[in-house]
Design a protein around this ligand. Structure first.
Ligand SMILES: [Zn+2]
Length: 291
């Protein structure tokens, strides 16, 4: 059996363990949303210890305790209930579908966050703007309970709620609180990516650079159509100018990502792509003209 208690998390057992209903394993993404700040009026983040004692010791907080309180600024975790017990951060009306118990596990995570919180003088509009420290460890533990890297209702990117009782009943994976039936909360607004979709977390500048790199890949399948507007030499010339710009973009992106990527590997991959693309151009311009 995987670990009932997340390795590295502070254990603050609130008791009242109760079994789940079985079925497809799920994880639920929340933010604590303690304060209503705005871009014009940011507010200081609430202390981690306050939330820890709210969910862990306060008679008013315990009834809505999640499994895990996560501080994305420091990577600290506190766990209030073991993985195989239901936790209590979802509303569950009498009758109708079940929420907190609706799976072999229903692992609930409250990220210590509200939009436009301020930490050390810096303001964070979205959870994914924070360092998301500890996310790999948290994800690893949740995966160990069989929760797939999948958002049946879509990964949260705003505070709009959409709820489908049928999807909830039939599909395992990650759900935003905003996407759970019988609930009216709209959190968490954003959530860090699984390793396979890292690009979603990029800044707009990084995303633009990646799009430029992608155009390089598309270029690899470019074919000379012989439309007669420009000759092959002109096409090659303008392509090599584009390639130079794209190479610069790749290098800039690799530089920004810093230690997260092996810069030499990225640059080598691009150089390979350029070589392949050049071969492709040569074949196309010297071969039979496509119509
Ligand atoms: Zn919530």
């Amino acid at each position: 059996m995987p670990d009932l208690w997340m390795p590295g998390a502070t254990r603050l057992d609130v008791g009242g363990h109760a079994s789940t209903d079985g079925g497809k394993p799920k994880a639920i993404a929340h933010i604590t949303w303690d304060r209503n700040a705005t871009a014009a009026k940011p507010q200081d983040l609430v202390a981690y210890e306050n939330l820890q004692s709210w969910f862990g010791r306060n008679p008013s907080g315990i009834p809505s305790a999640p499994h895990i309180l996560w501080d994305p600024f420091t990577g600290r975790f506190t766990q209030f209930l073991p993985a195989n017990s239901r936790s209590k951060s979802l509303a569950d009306r009498a009758g109708g579908t079940r929420t907190n118990r609706a799976g072999a596990v229903v692992l609930q995570v409250e990220a210590l966050f509200f939009p436009y919180c301020r930490v050390d003088g810096k303001v964070y509009p979205r959870l994914i703007d924070t360092p998301c420290k500890g996310w790999p460890q948290l994800l690893a533990w949740i995966r160990s309970w069989g929760v797939p890297d999948f958002w049946p209702m879509g990964r949260p990117t705003n505070f709009n709620s959409r709820r489908s009782e049928e999807t909830w009943r039939t599909t395992g994976g990650w759900y935003a609180h905003a996407h759970v039936p019988e609930n009216d909360h709209q959190d968490p607004g954003s959530w860090p990516a699984f390793a396979t979709e890292e690009e979603d977390d990029m800044t707009p500048e990084q995303a633009k650079q990646l799009a430029e790199i992608r155009s390089l890949v598309r270029f690899g399948t470019w074919g000379y159509k012989g439309a007669g507007q420009v000759d092959a030499w002109a096409i090659l010339n303008s392509l090599s100018t584009q390639l130079a710009a794209q190479t610069a973009a790749v290098k800039a992106l690799a530089g920004q990502l810093g230690n997260d990527v092996d810069t030499a590997t990225v640059v080598a991959a691009v150089e390979r792509a350029i070589a392949e693309a050049t071969v492709q151009v040569n074949v196309d311009v010297t071969g039979p003209t496509n119509s």
